[in-house]
Design a protein around this ligand. Structure first.
Ligand SMILES: [Zn+2]
Ligand SMILES: [Zn+2]
Length: 261
């Protein structure tokens, strides 16, 4: 194992101690019914196990072989942990006690340090040529399907296809963005596919605003007129009193907006 990866263990260990403190806090908390206690406790454990997994997938990487798949998986686990943490904080916030505030502060600081340490390593491990800007704004995969790459790394951020979404019983126009998948009436593809053929990103965004939600295309920054993947839009889920509230994205230029509600 690379030594710098081994060193990340200390940050994970620190988080383990704090998550144990939170589990104990929940255990003795009055005014919390048993099922809520169980759900919240498993949220805390899931947060920690995501962090451990982010570390574990890096342990097989060697100096000779930097495995892109493992690096990508590690990032996904880190994002999952960050979203879980946001949920945990919203739960702890309900109590407004000195103890809960202290736990929030502790876990926020420890996770920030852990997050920063991971990213320093992830960026070092990543071959530089990996960030290739896309040559096209919109890729036509077939008459039925279009892919829209991230403007920074070329990773496919948005997909449109005529087909079946997870719950569809009939053929639909399926949108898959960075925060959600949704199905629209298949006839709308006549409108949308013309816009896609014109490489008209604002047009696509306005189409989604009109036919889906005011947030439009979740991966799209209107100020840049560019698309970003989850990582480059720095997407963060927000929670309120233990429930999902919305997701915010902040593009590399610092433009921030709500991308899912
Ligand atoms: Zn990207
Ligand atoms: Zn922007």
């Amino acid at each position: 194992m690379l030594e710098k990866i081994w060193d990340l263990r200390d940050y994970v260990q620190e988080l383990e101690d704090i998550t144990e403190d939170i589990v104990n806090y929940l255990k003795f908390l009055k005014d919390l019914d048993e099922s809520t206690r169980n759900i919240w406790t498993s949220d805390v454990k899931e947060f920690f196990s995501n962090t451990v997994s982010a570390w574990e997938v890096l342990t097989t990487i060697t100096e000779e072989e930097s495995n892109l798949k493992n690096i990508d998986d590690s990032k996904s686990f880190l994002y999952a942990a960050r979203n879980r943490l946001s949920l945990i904080i919203s739960q702890l916030n309900i109590f407004q006690s000195r103890k809960s505030s202290m736990l929030i502060e502790k876990i926020e600081i420890a996770f920030k340090e852990c997050w920063d340490a991971f990213w320093i390593n992830l960026n070092e491990l990543l071959p530089k040529e990996d960030f290739v800007k896309p040559t096209e704004i919109i890729l036509k995969v077939s008459d039925l399907e279009y892919h829209l790459p991230c403007s920074v790394c070329s990773k496919i951020a948005v997909k449109f296809k005529i087909g079946f979404g997870r719950l569809d019983e009939k053929e639909s126009l399926v949108f898959r963005g960075i925060t959600l998948e949704t199905s629209l009436r298949v006839e709308l593809s006549n409108v949308l596919y013309k816009i896609l053929e014109d490489d008209d990103l604002i047009g696509v965004h306005n189409f989604m605003k009109k036919y889906h939600s005011p947030e439009g295309v979740d991966a799209y920054c209107p100020e840049c007129d560019k698309l970003y993947c989850w990582e480059h839009y720095n997407a963060k889920e927000e929670y309120d009193d233990g429930f999902y509230d919305c997701t915010y994205g902040e593009c590399p230029k610092g433009h921030k907006r709500m991308i899912d509600d």
